[in-house]
Write a protein that binds this ligand. Structure first.
Ligand SMILES: Cc1ncc(COP(=O)(O)O)c(C=O)c1O
Length: 317
């Protein structure tokens, strides 16, 4: 079965959805995007989309900041997305990529007087970082873009050059992931994840004013910690050296799920193993995203109208 895209206001096989070489967004990074996961639950024969509406709401806010037209009804976009996943017929984890982009075929660096369009596609997508062993991270030599340069709270394609440089530097130096500092030296986030520390029984994470993408998984972690474990989250600026002395550390993101961080700049975090609070949160989070916790069913949208059969064993991940 082919995977499908929504392109030019129609659903079509991905192979037929093509943009021209002069497309504005391709040259100038003038697009906003989302990443949404569809999580396969083999026991239930269902793919659950995680907080799909919130992703489109964030896309709308990103476009508002960037002056990219977003004249869409969010419920309709959710419906199109569910239809794309249904048509893919997949029985595995999928990733959905909506992209609202400057679509005119023209040369000219600006946001005004350039046409806007949207596309959405679905593709299979497994784990991004090692969820069991945890990630070994470094503090990047690249600083996070500042709100005065390109606002990190908008998920702009152009910003991901900043992330890509940091990720490749980390990879080439033997690490799994990079942690950005802001221009003022405080911790911002990973190349594609928000970051949390566990300190004296509380979660600590940078505030939305410290040049982060305000993650939907971040919000899920804060909510689950508060509601299920009675653990408070303190949003405050974090020094680099606090990374080294935290009891536990983890990252959150649509791709990364809830990934433990076991080492930063060659310093073990805690005892160098996955922390207890991190493990508890990760277990709850996977239950929630796979549609196994009715208390949080408002966060998950089932794609298939009827359960689909599978011989695959149910995974807790
Ligand atoms: C730079 C960055 N920060 C944080 C996140 C986490 O956001 P979310 O949990 O909404 O996926 C992402 C992933 O989308 C990201 O790319």
């Amino acid at each position: 079965m082919p995977d499908y895209a929504y392109f030019n206001k129609q659903i079509m096989p991905i192979s037929e959805a093509k943009v021209g070489i002069m497309t504005h967004a391709l040259h100038y990074g003038t697009a906003c995007f989302e990443g949404i996961r569809g999580n396969w639950n083999a026991e239930k024969g269902q793919i659950y989309l995680f907080r799909v509406k919130e992703h489109y709401e964030r896309l709308s806010r990103s476009c508002h900041i960037m002056r990219i037209g977003f004249p869409y009804d969010i419920d309709e976009l959710v419906e199109i997305t569910l239809e794309l996943v249904r048509k893919s017929g997949r029985q595995e984890d999928v990733y959905i990529r909506p992209l609202a982009y400057k679509s005119s075929q023209l040369v000219g660096v600006r946001m005004h007087n350039v046409e806007d369009d949207i596309l959405i596609f679905v593709t299979p997508f497994g784990p991004y970082l090692d969820l069991d062993k945890g990630a070994r991270c470094c503090v990047s030599s690249w600083r996070r873009v500042d709100d005065t340069m390109i606002p990190a709270r908008a998920k702009v394609t152009g910003i991901y050059v900043n992330s890509a440089l940091a990720k490749t530097e980390a990879f080439e130096n033997g690490y799994d992931e990079a942690i950005f500092l802001n221009h003022d030296g405080h911790v911002a986030e990973g190349s594609g994840e928000n970051i949390f520390l566990v300190m004296s029984g509380k979660l600590v994470t940078p505030p939305s004013s410290d040049n982060i993408l305000v993650g939907i998984t971040r919000d899920a972690a804060i909510t689950l910690a508060r509601e299920e474990l009675g653990i408070e989250t303190v949003e405050r600026s974090i020094d680099r050296s606090e990374l080294y002395i935290a009891d536990e550390c983890f990252m959150t993101g649509t791709a990364a799920h809830l990934t433990p961080v076991v080492e930063v700049d060659h310093r073990a975090i805690g005892n160098g193993k996955v922390g207890q609070i991190t493990k508890k949160l990760q277990t709850m989070y996977f239950d929630v995203i796979r549609g196994n916790n009715p208390k949080y069913s408002h966060w998950t949208s089932p794609a298939y109208k009827q359960p689909v059969g599978s011989t695959k064993k149910a995974s807790s991940r």
